[in-house]
Design a protein around this ligand. Structure first.
Ligand code: SAM
Length: 312
């Protein structure tokens, strides 16, 4: 995938195995597809005024999506990133240092490495421990987020590292705050088979225990997490399904030729241990058809698969 910014965040590039790169690619496509759908969704009014949109990225790390969207001319009205200060300070320093990034946040941006902040009209980088709900709430004011605007919340490989009570609180807080919103979650599942146990051990040995994985070990439990904490509907897919059914065949042919591998058993297992969950609050009927559409070349059946679950 194209990312003209990620090299600025990497000190020593490491060449990963093809199987890992293909996994990253699938993850990138999954987020991209849903994000673009969100950015394109419009309120059904006749005034021809484009609906303002917001993105809130929790535990954003060194993610470069904001810079990519600006580059493509499709950035939302407001993009807010939150992480620990140790991370946001480093990100703020990189934004200050590299004009490629600084140009994208705009000339009016105020950057504080000490506070780990970048504040500009359309981009805010703020430090917070997202387990602190009061602090998370104050971010709304600090970042000038408007809870009435359509909001896409990203939590990519973040909530699974938190204790389940914190995850419940964050998911419930977001459901209550944002009435027209999509919550995008990407993280691990299936801790209880041999692959899952090894995955947990590997991350634990690197000091990153998956504190939340036993509370939501399956696709069903990820969906339940959201509907139990205030979201109108939710759906989860594993990454094997996303790769097999929702990525266009032509595109798969392209990337499969870039790096070859033959560890298919491992590929299937790896992809089955990661998932995307997507929760929706749709006060305005903006997201009626939201979700992945099936590649028509794969099956001629209905375009929309897996209608989002409606809470009873
Ligand atoms: C595995 S990284 C993922 C980064 C990014 N979302 C991505 O997908 O590239 C997890 C990130 O979550 C952040 N994080 C973890 N717990 C957090 C917390 N309690 N409050 C704020 N950020 C947190 C970490 O600092 C780290 O940047």
């Amino acid at each position: 995938m194209k990312d003209e910014y990620v090299h600025l965040f990497v000190r020593r590039p490491v060449k990963r195995a093809p199987i890992i790169n293909r996994g990253y690619y699938a993850r990138w496509v999954a987020l991209r597809k849903l994000l673009l759908q969100f950015l394109k969704s419009e309120r059904h009014n006749n005034d021809n005024i484009q609906t303002k949109k917001q993105i809130l990225s929790l535990g954003a790390g060194f993610d470069t999506t904001y810079f990519q969207l600006v580059n493509e001319g499709i950035a939302p009205h407001l993009y807010v990133e939150v992480d620990f200060k140790e991370v946001t300070s480093k990100k703020a320093a990189l934004v200050e240092r590299y004009s490629l990034l600084r140009d994208k946040v705009g000339p009016e941006a105020s950057i504080s490495i000490e506070r780990g902040e970048v504040l500009s009209d359309h981009y805010k980088l703020l430090s917070a421990d997202i387990r602190d709900i009061q602090k998370l709430d104050s971010i709304i004011g600090l970042a000038h987020l408007d809870p009435s605007l359509p909001t896409f919340i990203i939590a990519e490989c973040v909530l699974i590292y938190l204790d389940p009570d914190s995850t419940h609180a964050i998911v419930g807080w977001a459901a209550k705050k944002f009435s027209t919103a999509v919550f995008f979650l990407y993280e691990q599942i299936h801790p209880d088979d041999a692959f899952g146990e090894q995955m947990i051990k590997n991350l634990e040995s690197r000091g990153c225990p998956l504190l939340g994985i036993h509370a939501t070990p399956s696709l069903q439990s990820k969906q339940k997490l959201f509907v139990d904490h205030g979201w109108q509907r939710a759906v989860a897919w594993d990454m094997l399904q996303i790769y097999n059914e929702f990525i266009e065949i032509q595109e798969k042919h392209r990337i499969e030729r870039l790096e070859l591998f033959d560890e298919f058993e491992e590929w299937y297992m790896m992809q089955e241990h990661y998932c995307v969950a997507c929760a929706i609050n749709d006060a305005e009927g903006l997201f009626r058809d939201f979700g992945f559409s099936k590649d028509p070349h794969i099956s001629s059946q209905s375009q929309k698969l897996h209608p989002l679950q409606i809470k009873e």
